[in-house]
Design a protein around this ligand. Structure first.
Ligand SMILES: Nc1ncnc2c1ncn2[C@@H]1O[C@H](COP(=O)(O)OP(=O)(O)O)[C@@H](O)[C@H]1O
Ligand SMILES: CC(=O)N[C@@H](CCC(=O)OP(=O)(O)O)C(=O)O
Length: 305
């Protein structure tokens, strides 16, 4: 052994102990989540560059290797927006949802169930995982119905219906499909597109879709990966834990606004369906999923009943 090597070994000793400590710290968490379903919603804003994709895929493969049953539901709002722009199709949002006409729903399906879905499957495969790409239509896994939204007209004070076109909400989830996919030790990667009983294709908000999947699977955790550290207070500080009542209060006092409102509504729905806890966290932080699941301090905002 050369002198140089022995000096390097000595220098790396504390580091090795720290690494061992981190692995040991993960043990009770791995035991707690063993064989449990964890739904990870990977939002379009959380998807970054190639390095970020690799980090995300490594986390998912490690989860599966550690005995968890990950289910990925992905979004792709910004990517749909770019494609629509390229094709010269105008797009607008109402209450955080994309108004979806016939041309738009075709692009939504192409980008979500085609391009992004297969990209994520590819990332997971590259890290040695076995993923299978699906959308709600596959095996009739999720049936959707047209979403009806209403608003109060400020002038007349009369309730009116907002027509969002082909925007749907999950009506029924057939968990048998997911049970067999998980039973075959495959990682389902699901695009939030679903068909209705009369064969119409619907564009479903990815948070809503993930909440329905987590609820029907009785998931131990629903992780919502976004582009902020979690729910922030009025001074922009991270709120580490919230209850459903806290969430309702923060919406009422205007602390929670915009895209965070449907996210929180999804959290409340999933918790009421029996999901043990939901976590909103920053998908841009490298290995945020592992930090949340396998370290004592976790990451993001944890929401419980
Ligand atoms: N109290 C809050 N804490 C954190 N983010 C908030 C809050 N209120 C509103 N937001 C907004 O919600 C956004 C996340 O929702 P959204 O853009 O729909 O995410 P995604 O595309 O990942 O689904 C944040 O980027 C932020 O602008
Ligand atoms: C109805 C509706 O708004 N659907 C979304 C579906 C994708 C999505 O939700 O993606 P993110 O999670 O990246 O926002 C859309 O068309 O953008």
């Amino acid at each position: 052994m050369s002198d140089t090597t022995s000096v390097q070994d000595k220098n790396s000793l504390p580091n090795v102990h720290v690494q061992a400590e981190i692995l040991v710290q993960a043990l009770p968490h791995m035991q707690r989540y063993d064989q449990e379903v964890v739904v990870v919603k990977y939002g379009g804003h959380a998807m970054g560059d190639a390095d970020a994709a690799k980090d995300f895929a490594e986390d998912i493969v490690l989860m599966e290797q550690a005995g968890l049953k990950p289910i990925i539901v992905h979004g792709g709002g910004p990517q749909i927006g770019k494609m629509l722009e390229k094709l010269g199709i105008k797009s607008e949002f109402a209450g955080g949802l994309r108004v979806t006409d016939k041309a738009t729903v075709e692009i939504v399906e192409m980008v979500l169930a085609g391009s992004i879905n297969k990209q994520i499957v590819g990332w997971i495969s590259a890290e040695g995982g076995k993923a299978i790409g699906l959308c709600g239509k596959d095996g009739n896994m999720v049936k959707a119905r047209k979403l009806t939204r209403t608003t109060i007209d400020p002038d007349s004070n009369i309730e009116k219906v907002i027509d969002l076109g082909f925007v749907g909400e999950p009506e029924k989830v057939n968990r048998a499909i997911l049970d067999s996919v998980l039973g075959a030790e495959l990682i389902p990667v699901i695009a939030p597109v679903a068909g209705s009983h009369d064969g119409q294709t619907y564009n479903v908000n990815a948070d809503t879709f993930a909440g329905a999947i987590a609820g029907s699977m009785g998931a131990k955790r629903l992780l919502l990966l976004t582009d902020v550290p979690g729910v922030l207070d009025k001074n922009k500080n991270l709120i580490p834990e919230l209850t459903i009542d806290d969430c309702r209060r923060l919406i009422a006092d205007g602390t929670i606004t915009d895209g965070m409102i449907p996210k929180i509504e999804t959290c409340i729905y999933a918790l009421e369906q029996g999901v043990e806890a939901v976590v909103i966290l920053d998908g841009k932080v490298p290995h945020s999923v592992l930090l949340e699941l396998f370290t004592d301090h976790g990451a993001g905002t944890l929401i419980r009943r």
